[in-house]
Design a protein around this ligand. Structure first.
Ligand code: PEP
Length: 251
């Protein structure tokens, strides 16, 4: 049984103080987290305060990126060990905004993934096609390539905590959501690819999240699909009330 994983991606929003205010307002709105996991991917500068505020609540705090080297002359970068020490337990890797604006490639994602695994961070690896790629009929091919190259070097044993997020680029921050059936089709494809890359056991256990304009009113139908095991949520995770509704989907 795959436990639903509902993660917010705050992008470049919220200071540490604002993160603490959010968590204080959010926790009383949540029901029991025994059958699901709630997580917040926060800016680097908010990790420590957010992790402290979330202590004992079951909410996981994570970062939205890392650099793959352990330490060194890499001005402006942050390592897996640094985010872990600050209180992160997961990391979002290869988000389409990082691929689009900061040049993250599948090769870099694979190196960051290895660094995350070495630090025992839960890796949330993002894949997804652009509108042009979808319209050209290339969505499956693009996603297969991203998975093969981003997961290169990962062994089945190291993949125990792996989470994949399918985020069609055309649905991120646009208000356009893939229909539940469209998303399920891709999630099923991703699980098949995971099976050929890492074996059936890993494919069955790996949670595959959907991301792209997830809101309180569409989360339940998306998550009712067989291969959709959670959500990665941008805009709707910035307000305690809407993210709490998303986490409590179906309840
Ligand atoms: C995201 O940032 O990963 C995302 C899916 O954003 P939004 O929910 O705003 O589309």
């Amino acid at each position: 049984m795959r436990k639903p994983f509902l993660a917010g991606n705050w992008k470049m929003y919220k200071t540490g103080t604002e993160a603490v205010e959010f968590i204080k307002a959010f926790v009383p709105l949540l029901g029991s987290l025994s059958d699901r996991e709630a997580a917040l991917g926060v800016p680097f500068t908010a990790i420590a305060q957010a992790a402290e505020a979330a202590q004992g609540t079951g909410i996981l705090i994570g970062s939205q990126n890392i650099y793959f080297e352990k330490e060194g002359a890499f001005t402006g970068e942050i390592s897996a060990g640094m985010v872990k020490a600050a209180g992160a337990s997961f990391v979002i890797l290869g988000h389409s905004e990082r691929r689009q604006f900061f040049g993250d490639t599948d090769l870099w994602v694979s190196k960051k993934l290895a660094a995350a695994v070495a630090m025992d961070l839960i890796p949330v690896v993002c894949v997804g096609e652009t509108l042009a790629q979808r319209e050209a009929g290339d969505a499956f091919k693009v996603i297969s390539g991203q998975l093969k190259n981003s997961l290169a070097g990962l062994t089945p044993d190291a993949a125990v905590k792996l989470i994949i997020a399918y985020e069609p680029v055309w649905a991120i921050g646009t208000g356009k959501t893939a229909s539940a059936a469209e998303a399920q089709e891709v999630h099923e494809h991703i699980r098949k690819e995971l099976s050929s890359l890492l074996g059936d056991k890993v494919a069955e256990a790996t949670r595959i999240l959907y991301g792209g304009s997830v809101k309180p009113d569409n989360v339940a139908s998306l998550l009712s699909q067989k291969d959709i095991d959670g959500a990665l949520v941008g805009g709707a995770a910035l307000k305690p009330d809407s993210f709490a509704q998303i986490v409590k989907f179906g309840g």
